[in-house]
Design a binder for this molecule. Structure first.
Ligand code: FCB
Length: 443
């Protein structure tokens, strides 16, 4: 006989979805990503963000209704710097008011807002000054952050300063698929240091304006396993990839020192500037030492040969590695919020099982009192996936980009059941992801 049980989460656990301004708003034309989209060859299939999910045109209302009606009690969104400060000497009060309405819209629906101040995009005028390569950008970011927090403080306690500074620097300055697309390790390090300075400044500014605010970064955690565990060079690649990609920022905000192998920058103002860790986890990968891949840190990257892969081969469903990331996060000794997790899956065949497997691992961590406070699925509705354009569909709801119609995927019902029960039950897994049942509820 099959067991009947529920993995229950603590009262007050945050269940939501995550989005970001450029990916959902539409008509963002004054930032570095819109310029990148217009540069031939930068976005898969020449896609453009265009109207995106038309949130700037007002469709946030219907999408927030969808989120609310399907049991979510929180939402993570981001503010677009280029809208608030379209040029160095201009502040757009109407844009600020637009965000105030959106966030009030969440609060009125009984949902807790988690607000990101920087999610990959810079205003064009900042880009023209050299973006985060320029040592003045952290200060400019602080000024912007202060303005936003002043405007939204009555509604928002949870803040992410910078989303995935590790991805921003790696994609922009190591791999080169994000703007400015300039592979250069020494520039990457300079950008990382400035991002850390920007975070620290914004952290202090937010606390000055709103002392009870809780502020963190969201780090993208990726597990790196040596492909040949017996081969010391593969182990070395896995070790330094982890140090640079996963640990660099969170450690700096604990110790006040940016440290990477032979490089060190002292940043005393950054010490203790993380009230919680935003953890974005999608997948794990194998790394092998490869002398021909100097520009990628001598790492040849792959997924385990038998892995359960997403339709575009972007993500391997490796829930145990999610638990490993939580174990790692716990050592930082601060509250943890899962600020992103999900899979691109237009046909919604894999998503239910990915969701079941990951919520199960999340529950294990919660059950061990790891201090996890919430989970934000990426994403609410399909949105513009950066250099991969519209080829990847991460939404619980599907989106027809031309007509703006939303399609309710089966995963909406599944996630709704999880949110409403504040737990994951045998009935849910049997109904939505039966193929994952035995691993989640072993007899
Ligand atoms: C993360 C980004 C987010 C989204 C997901 C799929 O790295 O933060 O904007 O693109 O990947």
């Amino acid at each position: 006989m099959k067991p009947s049980a529920i993995y229950q989460f603590p009262r007050g656990f945050l269940w939501g979805t995550a989005t970001s301004s450029h990916q959902v708003e539409g008509n963002n034309s004054n930032n570095n990503w819109s310029a990148w989209e217009q540069t031939p060859g930068k976005i898969l299939n020449g896609d453009r963000s265009g109207l995106a999910c038309d949130w700037w045109g007002g469709r946030w209302r219907e999408d927030f209704d969808r989120a609310k009606e399907s049991g979510q009690n929180a939402h993570r969104l981001s503010i677009e710097w280029s809208r608030i400060q379209p040029s160095p000497d201009r502040w757009d009060e109407e844009a600020l008011d637009h965000y105030r309405q959106m966030i009030r819209g969440l609060v009125e629906r009984g949902m807790t807002p988690l607000v990101t101040l920087h999610h990959f995009t810079d205003p064009l005028w900042v880009t023209e000054m050299g973006g985060w390569e320029n040592g003045k950008t952290p200060e400019l970011f602080e000024v912007y952050a202060r303005r936003v927090v002043e405007a939204l403080k009555e509604y928002v306690t949870l803040w992410i300063t910078i989303n995935e500074p590790n991805v921003l620097a790696t994609m922009g300055y190591v791999i080169g698929d994000f703007p400015p697309g300039t592979p250069d390790m020494s520039l990457a390090f300079q950008v990382m240091a400035n991002l850390a300075r920007g975070h620290a400044r914004a952290y202090h500014a937010i606390h000055e304006v709103k002392p009870e605010a809780r502020v963190g970064i969201a780090v993208n955690y990726r597990g790196f396993q040596p492909k040949r565990s017996w081969w010391p060079f593969d182990r070395l690649v896995a070790w330094y990839s982890h140090r640079l990609f996963n640990e660099f920022f969170p450690q700096a905000f604990i110790t006040g020192e940016l440290k990477y192998i032979f490089r060190k920058v002292s940043l005393p103002q950054a010490k203790g500037t993380q009230d919680f860790l935003g953890l974005n986890y999608y997948t794990d990968e194998l790394v092998a030492f490869d002398i021909t891949k100097a520009s990628e840190g001598f790492a040849a990257r792959s997924f385990p040969p038998d892995a359960d892969l997403s339709p575009t081969g972007f993500i391997a469903n490796l829930p145990d590695a999610f638990f490993t990331s939580l174990k790692w996060a716990r050592k930082l000794q601060m509250p943890i919020i899962i600020t992103e997790n999900g899979v691109e899956d237009q046909s919604d065949e894999m998503r239910p099982r990915y969701l079941a497997n990951h919520i199960h691992q999340l529950w294990q961590a919660v059950n061990f009192s790891y201090g996890v406070k919430g989970y934000f699925h990426w994403s609410l509705v399909d949105n513009f996936e950066w250099d991969r354009g519209w080829s990847q569909r991460f939404g619980l709801w599907g989106l027809d980009v031309d007509t703006q119609t939303r399609q309710r995927r089966k995963s909406v019902d599944f996630y709704e059941a999880i949110c409403k029960a504040n737990g994951l039950s045998t009935e849910m897994v049997s109904e939505y992801a039966p193929e994952a049942f035995d691993s989640i509820f072993p007899t």
